[in-house]
Write a protein that binds this ligand. Structure first.
Ligand code: MFK
Length: 240
């Protein structure tokens, strides 16, 4: 596995080298063209295959895209600079309007999308709205290492939180994590693909109880199990 990860890394660096070369070549871009490409980058959907995706990830992606054809499942698009939640959902919650629309956020980007292709979090989430469950396909790259050769537990927790957030949002809309409980059962080899199955277990007022299991592609290895509590934000309350 480590050998395949090293090979993966080598192709990533090659890809990176090509990109850096391309970036140098286009350094003399006209400002208008630069603005256009920035806008394109801002709206780019990152939950789609790129050359760093392994065969397993692409295969699973294709399988779930097929399930989307009858409308029972949907792929969630994912942008770096905007979030699935509409910022209007949070406006009443945060007293300081600068937090959601001020200059201060111009550099902000989704934590999980802040890495170059293949180095960090590569993932896509599919929702089944009727069954109130989600499946997150996740490939953890080399910058997410914890102990040598394995994924950092915090990276796994992050991905579980994101998957839970999408699952809870089906019923709750704008929600925030109040509690996460994770049992790490097996270490996850770096660069491997994980399947995170999340479901809504109970809805109690503004409280959404969710649970998940994190498995290998062949489902044979159970890496982690988790439960979470999400709270639907109350527009009458503020966070401060
Ligand atoms: C692209 C999209 C993907 C983006 C990623 C999505 C995933 C990322 C999500 C996050 O990481 S969110 C960031 C981490 N979370 C936080 O920063 C939340 C910090 N906490 C809060 O802001 C508030 O505590 C919270 C909004 C969660 C709740 O505050 P509220 O004032 O709205 O609720 P309240 O305290 O009245 O509690 C409502 C109910 O929940 C219960 N509750 C709240 N926190 C709890 C807790 N921690 N454990 C157990 N119960 C809890 C509380 O007892 C009560 O129960 P009852 O209705 O039965 O009385």
């Amino acid at each position: 596995m480590l050998r395949s990860c090293t090979a993966g890394l080598r192709s990533l660096w090659a890809l990176r080298g090509r990109r850096e070369g391309a970036a140098r070549l286009s350094a003399d871009l006209q400002p208008a063209r630069r603005l256009f490409s920035t806008e394109k980058a801002v709206h780019k959907d990152w939950a789609l295959p790129n050359p760093s995706w392994s065969k397993d990830l692409k295969l699973l992606f294709d399988q779930f895209m097929k399930k989307c054809e009858d409308g029972s499942w949907e792929r969630l698009p994912s942008c770096k600079h905007t979030c699935t939640y509409k910022s209007e959902d949070f406006k009443t919650y945060f007293l300081d309007p600068q937090l959601v629309e001020g200059e201060g956020l111009s550099q902000a980007q989704l934590f999980t999308r802040g890495f170059e292709d293949g180095l960090g979090f590569e993932y896509v989430i599919f929702n089944n709205n009727d069954e109130k469950r989600t499946v997150c396909l996740f490939q953890g790259g080399p910058y997410l290492q914890g102990i040598p050769g394995f994924l950092h537990g915090g990276a796994i927790a992050t991905m579980i939180d994101v998957a839970f957030g999408s699952c809870a949002a089906i019923s709750g809309g704008a929600v925030m994590t109040a509690n996460l409980n994770i049992n790490f059962k097996r270490p996850v080899p770096l660069c491997s693909v994980l399947v995170i199955h999340s479901q809504l277990d109970k809805l109690e007022g503004r409280k959404l109880f969710v649970s998940c299991n994190v498995r290998s592609v062949d489902e044979k290895t159970l890496y982690s199990e988790a439960t979470g509590l999400f709270i639907k934000l109350d527009p009458k309350k503020s966070s401060t």
